[in-house]
Design a protein around this ligand. Structure first.
Ligand SMILES: [Zn+2]
Length: 248
């Protein structure tokens, strides 16, 4: 069972307090989605994954402290002045208050901007954008009046995630550890953005490294390939792939 409480948290940048959702406990049952979105009930705890200060716009795992920087890319510690300059920039402020995205999606998208410009973790940029996409997916499911808008937003978020994950690849920075998993995630992202040819290129790339890929991950890649061939853009779980293998 998921247990979330609300707590007033002070912001390290502006000193003001805001109520934040704090996760006390949750559980997971069943497998994740193909893009590693966690299963219920953990998947519905996204409001606790980041905190946001509504007074100054700071977003972080814990807004009461300045996070550590990626020391490899930025050995010097990050000053509060630099973070302030990012959260006061026009495009950040616009994203923070953007009316066309759900509030929680804006939180993740702003976090990606902070990571890009301040904390310099490129994998974190990609994951934050993908998580914003999951928030938009939930909009598609639960806010039927605005279904088309949420669908378009989810695609925009996934395209941003693709950009960041491709950047990770270009600088040799892994964004998932297991062999074949990066291709799997990118295939899923491309497929869900209707970019089927790019998805197939990821499959071909994985084929070239097949001997290093775990059998289970390979089966998931094959399942993605099947979905791409069928031009299916829906969300699937790892367990859907397992059901599909059993039919073989
Ligand atoms: Zn603040």
């Amino acid at each position: 069972m998921t247990n979330i409480t609300s707590k007033q948290v002070p912001c390290v940048l502006c000193g003001k307090f805001t109520a934040q959702d704090i996760l006390l406990s949750t559980n997971s049952s069943g497998g994740s989605d193909l893009d590693l979105r966690p299963p219920p009930m953990k998947r519905d705890t996204m409001s606790t994954w980041l905190q946001r200060c509504d007074h100054c716009g700071f977003v972080s795992y814990d807004i009461s402290v300045l996070p550590e920087t990626d020391v490899e890319n930025q050995p010097e510690s990050l000053s509060a002045e630099l973070v302030k300059s990012i959260i006061e920039s026009d495009d950040y402020v616009e994203q923070f208050h953007c009316k066309s995205y759900p509030r929680l999606a804006n939180t993740f998208l702003c976090y990606a901007m902070l990571q890009e410009r301040g904390f310099k973790s490129i994998p974190a940029c990609g994951w934050a954008c993908l998580r914003a996409g999951w928030v938009c997916d939930d909009g598609v499911k639960h806010d039927k009046i605005n279904e088309e808008k949420h669908k378009a937003n989810a695609i925009q978020c996934r395209k941003k995630a693709i950009q960041w994950f491709e950047k990770c690849r270009s600088i040799g920075k892994p964004f998932v550890q297991q062999n074949g998993s990066e291709e799997l995630i990118l295939m899923d992202l491309f497929r869900r953005c209707y970019m089927f040819e790019d998805a197939l290129k990821e499959f071909t790339r994985a084929e070239g490294n097949k001997k290093y890929i775990d059998e289970f991950v390979w089966k998931l890649l094959e399942f993605e390939n099947l979905l791409v061939e069928q031009k299916d853009v829906d969300c699937y779980k790892v367990s859907d792939a397992q059901i599909c293998f059993k039919k073989d």
